[in-house]
Design a protein around this ligand. Structure first.
Ligand SMILES: NC(=O)c1ccc[n+]([C@@H]2O[C@H](COP(=O)([O-])OP(=O)(O)OC[C@H]3O[C@@H](n4cnc5c(N)ncnc54)[C@H](OP(=O)(O)O)[C@@H]3O)[C@@H](O)[C@H]2O)c1
Length: 324
């Protein structure tokens, strides 16, 4: 992947850090984004050690859309084409938080921030897809730019959390059994702010379904441009994502042996970002480095378009920023 440039968000820890290192080990240049300068710099040095000729760290807090705009402006100002964007930053909140702009924070960080960042970086990604300078690289990845959204299998439980159907769907997933055809409500547009009732897992599951709907609609809109959009489930991975819940963190420790390591958790993202067999594929969902069927709720074109229009209003996208 020599000469290819990737931007990886949420790279200061966990799956994102391993994704950045993995891309570097494959020969790519890697720019990483984190909200904490020390943590991000530590990973930047590791990315360099892993083989990136160019490893650069950017700082941005995705709880602030203003910060996302500043980050995008910094990246755009370099004038460099991007050959990949990994929307990996994500969180789960035990208690309800609000973002700088007053949105429920899980939805803001996991969906609105990457929605805005992707829009603002689309010109660089289109340049990446047109860039022929790494022509002849053996992975055959020239002529395209890949966007990878790190979603989660938990998207299946959006609107289902706490119900019997939700629990059975979850159990089937944990046991690697076929997903039972149980209640898969469409995206719930009601009370996105979760002011009436907050439930951390419900907020997380909805944000992860939002990412999938976004990825699918983006792929439709980008058809024929050489820029692809796919989503992944990294698996159940031992990371700090459970840090806000002592109970979940304890549960994670108990089952650490059967969870994936962050390195294993990065494998599917790396596969989708770099494997020649994924060339030209878009609007797909992957887990365990293989294409999988997402929940039916993720395939609704109507919900995807409605969410897109709503997200455009929430992030206050300007007409000149509507690249697709
Ligand atoms: N672990 C799993 O089992 C699992 C399963 C399915 C999906 N995922 C998804 O995988 C992705 C990576 O998660 P992980 O498991 O590697 O968790 P993690 O170790 O907590 O890493 C999350 C990354 O996102 C960053 N981040 C969180 N909030 C942010 C904010 N407001 N602004 C900017 N960056 C922020 C974190 O930065 P800091 O270092 O500053 O905290 C960190 O770099 C997430 O999208 C998660 O939803 C994880």
């Amino acid at each position: 992947m020599k000469g290819r440039l990737f931007l990886v968000t949420g790279a200061s820890a966990g799956i994102g850090a391993e994704t950045a290192k993995g891309l570097a080990a494959r020969g790519a240049d890697v720019w990483i984004v984190g909200r904490n300068p020390e943590r991000t710099e530590r990973v930047r040095a590791l990315v360099e050690q892993a083989g990136a000729k160019e490893a650069r760290a950017f700082r941005a807090d995705f709880s602030s859309l203003a910060d996302v705009r500043r980050l995008a402006a910094e990246v755009r100002a370099t004038g460099r084409p991007l050959h990949g964007l990994v929307n990996n930053a994500g969180l789960w909140h035990q208690e309800r938080h609000e973002s700088a702009e007053g949105f429920e924070d899980t939805f803001a960080v996991n969906h609105l921030a990457p929605f805005l960042l992707t829009h603002l970086l689309l010109p660089s990604l289109r340049d990446g897809a047109r860039d022929r300078s790494s022509e002849g690289s053996r992975d055959g990845s020239t002529g395209e730019a890949r966007i990878v959204h790190v979603s989660s299998r938990l998207h299946e439980q959006a609107g289902n959390v706490g119900t019997l159907a939700g629990r059975l769907v979850h159990l089937a997933g944990v046991l690697n059994l076929p997903r039972p055809p149980l209640g898969q409500p469409g995206f719930d547009f009601d009370d996105l702010a979760m002011r009436r009732e907050y439930h951390g897992l419900a907020a997380y599951a909805r944000s992860k379904l939002a990412q999938l709907l976004f990825s699918n609609e983006l792929s439709r809109r980008l058809e024929g441009t050489g820029v692809t959009s796919n989503a992944v489930h990294p698996g159940s991975v031992a990371t700090e994502v459970t840090r806000e819940s002592p109970l979940l963190a304890f549960g994670q420790k108990l089952v650490t042996g059967i969870l994936k390591t962050p390195e294993e958790g990065a494998a599917t993202t790396l596969f989708v970002a770099s494997d020649p067999s994924v060339r030209g594929k878009s609007g797909r969902y992957f887990a365990d480095s293989a294409e999988k069927e997402p929940a039916k709720s993720a395939t609704s074109v109507e919900d995807a378009r409605r969410l897109w229009a709503l997200s455009e209003r929430m992030v206050e996208l300007r007409p000149e920023e509507r690249g697709v």
